[in-house]
Ligand binder design. Structure first.
Ligand SMILES: *Cc1c(COP(=O)(O)O)cnc(C)c1O
Length: 393
């Protein structure tokens, strides 16, 4: 098969025998349709007229001045996508695949709720039933997205196991898939999971990097010096990085959740984790010496995951991408600066990338491009509480 199954030693399929057939079926469907003109044109029309692509390339002049970035600061505005983040690029691609595979039912896991909303949206669009697994803790943190999913006709299924976050929701979704694999397609929301998912998700997100490369050349006449993206499972990051992987002079930086700091609770799998198996794939993850998966922590539900996609693990080992991290506190202050200086409320996930740019400004040469992975509407309750901003008179 010509679909990438491993990235260096990472990736593969560590799953129950019962889903191997479904992974093969998905691989075949993806091979058959990924360059199929009808498939590409149906997806292309939806990306244009439904999602709003190409998303703009915006120069953030006030932040650029405040943070001292001589080469300029640009935002790739995935926050302007329909449903508010990059997740819809992948959800639409996978729903169209599921339809062609004759599946009747869609399931998904969600952390921040953005992937759940994107999947519920795409399922409504093509008329497929949809169930979304979500940890109880995340349901409380992301109340509005729970209501959105339910309005869109999806069933939101609370997961109480473990810490009630993304890892637990993912385990539950896998369990459902194993049972219902014949008529159900599982839409994984990040560049993680057993092969072929990491490749499929990266491919559907690579539209971010393809557009960005062209737009930077048009806007600045040059490639960016540095491209920065936050890393949860790694789909927005790999999506934008893929536009620049062959440009050796473009520095690529992924920013993980530093949480309370690296000596406390965090989500920095690439900084402090070690390779192991989680959710069907071999990659860096946070685990104790006995191989028990550790609990991640981040102020942003979308980065609160103890694993990371296998392609990032490989790029880390190769040294092609540098991985850094930002704490909750630093991300929150970058969040507020972006609100106040640009009039853009960024997602808390994205704020980690912004925090890196602010704190490394002195070392960044050339134009700096940040993947503005999503908007912060979903985060206003939580960020408001942390920052002491509320609606009381
Ligand atoms: C889900 C999410 C992320 C993290 O997921 P990746 O797969 O790492 O991109 C980042 N930003 C936003 C806005 C998200 O919704």
């Amino acid at each position: 098969m010509s679909v990438t199954m491993r990235f260096g030693p990472y990736g593969g399929r560590y799953v129950p025998e019962t889903v191997i057939g479904a992974l093969d079926e998905l691989t075949e469907a993806y091979e058959r349709y990924r360059d199929d003109p009808d498939f590409r044109s149906e997806l292309g029309v939806l990306l244009g007229h439904y999602v709003g692509r190409p998303t703009p390339m915006y120069r953030a002049r006030r932040l650029e001045e405040a943070w001292g970035i001589p080469g300029g600061l640009w935002f790739k505005r995935e926050d302007l996508c329909h449903t508010g983040a990059h997740k819809i690029n992948n959800a639409l691609g996978q729903v169209l695949l599921a339809k062609r595979m004759g599946k009747e039912r869609i399931i998904a896991e969600t952390g921040a709720g953005q992937h759940g909303v994107a999947t519920a949206t795409a399922s409504a669009l093509v008329g497929l039933g949809c169930r979304v697994y979500m940890g109880r803790t995340d349901m409380q943190r992301q109340r509005l997205n729970v209501i959105r999913m339910r309005m869109l006709g999806a069933e939101v299924f609370p997961v109480d196991a473990g810490s009630g976050t993304l890892k637990d929701a993912t385990s539950e979704a896998i369990r459902d898939w194993v049972t219902n694999v014949e008529h159900t397609h599982y839409i994984i929301g990040s560049a993680v999971g057993p092969a072929p998912y990491p490749e499929i998700v990266a491919d559907f997100q690579s539209v971010i990097g393809i557009e960005s490369r062209e737009q930077m050349l048009t806007e600045t006449g040059d490639l960016p010096g540095t491209v920065v993206a936050c890393v949860g499972g790694g789909s927005n990051a790999i999506g934008i990085f893929r536009g620049f992987l062959d440009d050796a002079d473009v520095r690529l930086v992924g920013v993980e959740a530093g949480g309370e700091g690296l000596s406390g609770k965090h989500g920095a799998s690439l900084a402090l984790g070690s390779p192991g198996v989680l959710h069907g794939s071999y990659s860096y993850l946070l685990q104790d010496p006995d191989g028990q998966v550790a609990e991640a922590h981040s102020v942003s539900a979308g980065l609160d995951y103890p694993g990371v996609g296998p392609e990032h693990s490989h790029l880390r080992d190769l040294g092609r991408v540098t991985y850094s991290n930002a704490t909750d506190e630093d991300a929150l202050s970058a969040f507020l600066e972006c609100c106040r200086l640009e009039g853009i409320i960024p997602a808390l996930e994205t704020s980690h990338a912004l925090s890196y740019v602010r704190d490394s400004a002195g070392d960044l040469t050339g134009p700096v491009l940040v993947c503005m992975s999503g908007r912060g509407d979903k985060d206003v309750d939580q960020a408001g509480e942390a920052l002491g901003i509320d609606a009381s008179a």
